[in-house]
Ligand binder design. Structure first.
Ligand SMILES: Cc1cc2nc3c(=O)[nH]c(=O)nc-3n(C[C@H](O)[C@H](O)[C@H](O)COP(=O)(O)OP(=O)(O)OC[C@H]3O[C@@H](n4cnc5c(N)ncnc54)[C@H](O)[C@@H]3O)c2cc1C
Length: 412
């Protein structure tokens, strides 16, 4: 351990923790970043395939890019920003999903979102599934969209929370990878990797942070671990903080996993187009064909489907994808795709899921989770964001805000 006594510790080296530690260092406030993994980035993770392409297993899109602090970081780093409009804003492949059907589905989604907006104004929260058109033709696909957006089916999604999400509609990507962008932003921070925090003892005058590498004394801490880690008490507080555990349990991480596959004779397809395996059910993957024009397919699995496949093992994702793709393109298509990489975020011990959603009735848990304790325990991470939850910029903004709270407390 590089240090056993520090003014401030930041727990978790993902988007939130890195943004917090950078702001503290700039203040300047003595700060040590503690990260359980052997890398920075958390749910932002870029790996390189055999052909040298940067693949984002976690976040890939800079959503609300025109107000996304990571876009500024990208510009400062000289990263290559790709502004191609995302596949979900353009027509999908027409095979098995005619332009008329796509228009009908888009209209159905629009009406559904309007009902969400209206229902969110009511006093009582409800599950978004209550707003489906009974017997509606596109209910399966609307539910599938919920699994991609929130990681859960609509019956587990709070209407109030869903409605609070803000999106400017501008979406960019970074060619070098979003994960690379975030981890390299934190590369110059004082960091202890492979350092799992097991307990924060806040009984005494100073905090005692129990870690896998020994104890650290600190005056203040910013906790940025995912909500599921707090909910499962994989990181504990002494004395316990039941309000935090309850809030975290109201904000579980939904599940979304990506599978990258190589694609032979990719030139047959236009770049950056989307295809659904099925249009009549929730348990279907979304296939992003030729992302960045590359000869590959990025498949996206959400909700119960992702959970079932995770239980069967990594190979199950590819098997499922091949079954769906050959169903659309014919059996010869199987010979054109090969698996490159998948990551099971639900089985990742330091994430336990993909991104947070509020269960029906639990939308206000975000502010409970974010509230400081005794002016020395501060909380950040995407789940703490009221309007940008589930995103890397939500992580950044909450981390930066927690650092500002510490800077203000420091000045008192
Ligand atoms: C498949 C997938 C696709 C996504 N797509 C997008 C997208 O396109 N755009 C977007 O903006 N967002 C996307 N996201 C979400 C985005 O990745 C996250 O919201 C964001 O990275 C969360 O940042 P964070 O700092 O809040 O949490 P994390 O990145 O999870 O950081 C928390 C850190 O805490 C560490 N940690 C956990 N337990 C301990 C412990 N006990 N001690 C010490 N450290 C610990 C973890 O290892 C981790 O590094 C996606 C996520 C996934 C999984």
């Amino acid at each position: 351990m590089s240090k056993s006594d520090v003014e401030t510790v930041v727990i978790g080296g993902g988007a939130a923790g890195i943004a917090a530690a950078k702001r503290l260092r700039q203040a300047p406030i003595d700060c040590l970043l503690l990260e359980a993994r052997s890398r920075l980035g958390g749910r932002a993770w870029t790996v390189t395939d055999g052909a040298g392409y940067a693949l984002d297993l976690g976040c890939g899109w800079l959503h609300s890019a025109d107000r996304n602090p990571w876009a500024d970081v990208a510009k400062r780093q000289g990263a290559v920003i790709d502004k191609t409009p995302p596949p979900w804003t353009r027509p999908a492949l027409a095979l098995g999903f005619t332009p008329e059907e796509q228009g009908d589905f888009r209209q159905t989604m629009g009406l559904f979102f309007a009902r969400v907006e209206e229902a969110a104004q009511r006093e009582n929260d409800m599950a978004a599934s209550a707003l489906l058109d009974p017997g509606g033709r596109w209910n399966g696909l609307v539910n599938a969209m919920s699994t991609y957006i929130a990681g859960v089916e609509l019956d587990r999604l709070s209407v109030k929370d869903f409605d609070r999400y803000e999106d400017s509609g501008v979406n960019w990507r970074v060619v070098e990878g979003f994960g690379t962008l975030i981890s390299s932003y934190g590369a110059d921070l004082e960091t202890e990797l492979d350092c799992e925090v097991r307990c924060i003892d806040h009984c005494g005058k100073r905090l005692r942070i129990e870690t896998s590498k020994g104890p650290i004394a600190a005056d203040r801490a910013i906790v940025t671990v995912p909500s599921n880690i707090i909910a499962a008490e994989r990181m504990q507080f002494a004395p316990a903080l039941p309000a935090k555990i309850e809030a975290a349990r109201g904000l579980p991480l939904g599940l979304d996993d990506k599978l990258f596959m190589s694609l032979e004779n990719a030139g047959e397809f236009a770049s950056d187009v989307r295809l659904f395996g099925h249009t009549d059910r929730a348990a279907t993957a979304g296939y992003h064909i030729r992302p960045f024009g590359r000869p590959m397919i990025e498949a996206y699995f959400g909700g119960k489907l992702a959970s079932d496949l995770e239980a069967q093992g990594e190979a199950a994702f590819f098997d499922f994808a091949v079954t769906e793709l050959t169903g659309v393109f014919g059996s010869e298509f199987a010979a054109r795709v090969k698996p490159i990489r998948v990551h099971r975020w639900g089985r990742d011990p330091f994430a336990l899921g993909s991104y947070s959603c509020a269960l029906p009735g639990f939308a206000d848990c975000r502010s409970v989770l974010a509230a400081p304790v005794d002016d020395r325990l501060f909380f950040a991470g995407e789940a703490c964001s009221r309007h940008d939850f589930s995103t890397a910029h939500g992580g950044f903004n909450t981390g930066f805000a927690a650092a500002e709270q510490i800077i203000a407390a420091h000045a008192r």
